[in-house]
Ligand binder design. Structure first.
Ligand code: DGT
Ligand code: CA
Ligand code: CA
Ligand code: ZN
Length: 579
């Protein structure tokens, strides 16, 4: 059993216990433990097997989790988990994931209406049975219906970062097949879309049967949906019980055309076809052809396919027919999109002072290892009591400690005094202005009252933007991909106020958040608002999610100049100083 499977078990345990109404701190302990194990860079098995080492010394992992990990490794299951699974069927648990339901309401729906699946819940809502329950109402019923859409979409589409794990395994595995000559993943995965419906794998091979046999033996394969027609061009399998992978076999001289076609998007392809037609050419997955349809003018490489149409090689991330063709029209060269190596700092991370697992020094060392020049320590403020948020006194004490640590890192890493300060439900900041005034970097964020009305939540966020001590709004819309919708905040007003006051907006790089999303990034760019891409790390390894943020920023058409934390800290400080 590998780390991610162990983490899955603890995550599920947390969910089941939450459903049962268990103590929230215990639930949180399992969640934190799951996260810590997922982030470990060596197998739990190895740590446990080494008598010199202590798994409980890993922050976030307590004694109970160590014992349960031992049981999992030895027996492959947990009696407590098995019992809970019997008690709470997974179809019932699926309700917990619906925004607007949560553990308590799900339990009530199950108990009082006997609802045991998403489908049954939809029917009950549509029949108007749900709003009659105590504690529910017409508004809740409506929210559940909307939440159902998200829950059902989550069944169909996987987050990019999860699909990327499968891609990594498949790349490694397919490399072991001698018949493979060229292999690439196309589709929404290659475009870096935040969720992926299925994977599209293209392959040039000396022996198609050998490649298909090899794929058939992929250890994570759970089903073969289809295998080969006469021409042996297609195969589809399912991996891990959920993600479909389509394999397409192509010839080397059409590889570029196929890669272009299957990368899409469909809208991009349709636009491309109309450009080809205007030039008297034909384009399809086999190549670019003259009008008579016989002579292949391009096909081997994508670059050649685009060049034949008089177009640049568009980065896959912007092939959505949003602005790429306009860009190509207006510029000799496309703007260079942001790359990971341009990021110099990370301005959102937590330590063990709130709900992180590591100390300031450990986070600083991890940042140095990743080549960063500066970081901000931004623990939660007191309102987030579940995460042990900081009171003014504790924050000031942290900053005193930080002054000392700074000296050790001088000339190597700039460590900023920061805070992730909650925007209170009634409006206003969770910490007094005179405390915020002492910070180098103030993130403001909403964690409570996320379901407030459009007016209320927009007013709250605008209030934070107008607070002169607030430098940046963290995860501005609050959405969790496949999990929770955005606040009803009016983003146009947020953009206008941010542009007016010089407040920065975050692109939170956590793969479940990616907030702001690509379209909002493009809008911020139009408003001239610098974006800050942050990891929101809760552990040293949490700093590695930066790449997901960069991918989303590229989809939004952002260049290094549009992203504030590509600047050295002194320049970024000057930018903030203008507000
Ligand atoms: P997904 O899988 O839903 O996340 O999204 P995609 O974009 O990967 O879509 P998929 O897997 O259905 O097809 C891969 C690409 O193949 C798609 O982006 C564009 C191309 N394609 C598929 N069907 C059509 C079509 O009917 N017309 C055109 N022009 N292109 C298509
Ligand atoms: Ca696809
Ligand atoms: Ca597909
Ligand atoms: Zn945070």
């Amino acid at each position: 059993m590998d780390n991610s499977k162990i983490a899955d078990c603890f995550e599920e345990l947390a969910e089941l216990l939450e459903f049962k109404g268990e103590n929230p701190f215990r639930v949180r302990a399992y969640r934190n433990g799951a996260r810590a194990i997922r982030d470990l860079d060596e197998p739990v098995r190895d740590i446990l097997a080494d008598p010199e080492r202590d798994l409980a010394a890993v922050p976030g992992i307590g004694k109970t989790l160590v014992e349960k990990s031992q049981v999992l490794l030895k027996t492959g299951s947990l009696p407590q988990l098995e019992a809970l699974r019997k008690e709470v069927p997974s179809s019932v648990l699926a309700m917990v994931r619906i925004p607007g339901v949560g553990a308590k309401k799900a339990a009530q729906l199950h108990r009082e209406l006997g609802i045991d699946s998403l489908e049954a819940l939809r029917k009950a809502c549509e029949a108007g049975e749900v709003h009659k329950l105590k504690g529910f109402g017409a508004k809740t019923e409506q929210a559940i219906l909307e939440g159902l859409e998200i829950a059902e979409a989550a069944d169909r589409r996987m987050r990019w970062a999860d699909a990327d794990v499968v891609v990594g395994q498949l790349r490694e595995y397919m490399r072991q097949c001698a018949a493979v000559e060229q292999l690439e993943f196309a589709g929404s995965y290659r475009r870096g879309r935040e969720t992926v419906g299925d994977l599209d794998m293209l392959c040039v091979a000396s022996d198609r049967d050998a490649v298909m046999d090899h794929l058939q033996a992929f250890p994570e394969r759970t089903e073969t949906i289809l295998r080969g027609d006469e021409k042996k061009t297609k195969m589809s399998i399912r991996v891990g019980g959920s993600l479909q992978v389509d394999l397409r076999m192509v010839e080397a001289e059409e590889f570029g055309a196929a890669l272009q076609y299957f990368t899409g998007s469909q809208a991009h392809n349709i636009h491309l076809r109309s450009i080809a037609r205007r030039r008297g050419l034909k384009i399809n997955e086999y190549g670019v052809f003259g009008e008579d349809g016989n002579k292949r003018l391009a096909g081997r490489s994508e670059e050649e396919v685009y060049a034949t149409l008089g177009l640049p090689l568009f980065p896959p991330e912007i092939r959505e027919d949003r602005y790429e063709f306009e860009w190509a029209d207006q510029n000799d060269k496309l703007p260079l999109l942001l790359t990971l190596d341009a990021i110099r700092g990370d301005l959102h991370m937590h330590t063990s002072a709130s709900d992180g697992t590591a100390t300031i020094r450990e986070m600083a060392d991890a940042a140095l290892e990743r080549g960063l020049e500066y970081i901000a320590i931004t623990d939660h403020s007191r309102r987030v009591s579940m995460a042990n948020g900081l009171t003014p006194a504790r924050l000031l004490a942290q900053w005193e400690e930080l002054e000392e640590i700074r000296k050790e890192y001088r000339n190597r890493l700039t460590i900023l005094k920061g805070i992730e300060c909650d925007i209170l439900e009634a409006g206003g900041m969770d910490l007094p202005d005179e405390v915020l005034a002492e910070a180098d970097w103030v993130l403001a964020s909403v964690h409570y009252g996320q379901k407030q009305s459009r007016e209320q939540i927009t007013e709250r966020i605008l209030g934070a933007i107008h607070n002169p001590h607030v430098t940046c709004i963290a995860h501005p819309t609050g959405r969790l991909i496949n999990r929770r919708p955005a606040y009803e905040v009016e983003m146009e007003k947020v953009f206008a106020a941010a542009a007016e006051t010089g407040t920065l907006l975050e692109l939170n790089a956590h793969p479940a958040r990616l907030d702001l999303h690509d379209i909002h990034c493009a809008a911020a760019r139009r408003h001239g608002i610098p974006i800050v891409i942050n990891t929101d790390a809760h552990s040293p390894e949490g700093l590695d999610v930066m790449r997901y943020g960069v991918l989303q920023a590229r989809r939004g058409g952002l260049t290094a100049a549009d992203v504030a934390n590509t600047r050295p800290w002194k320049k970024l400080q000057a930018l903030i100083g203008q507000r």
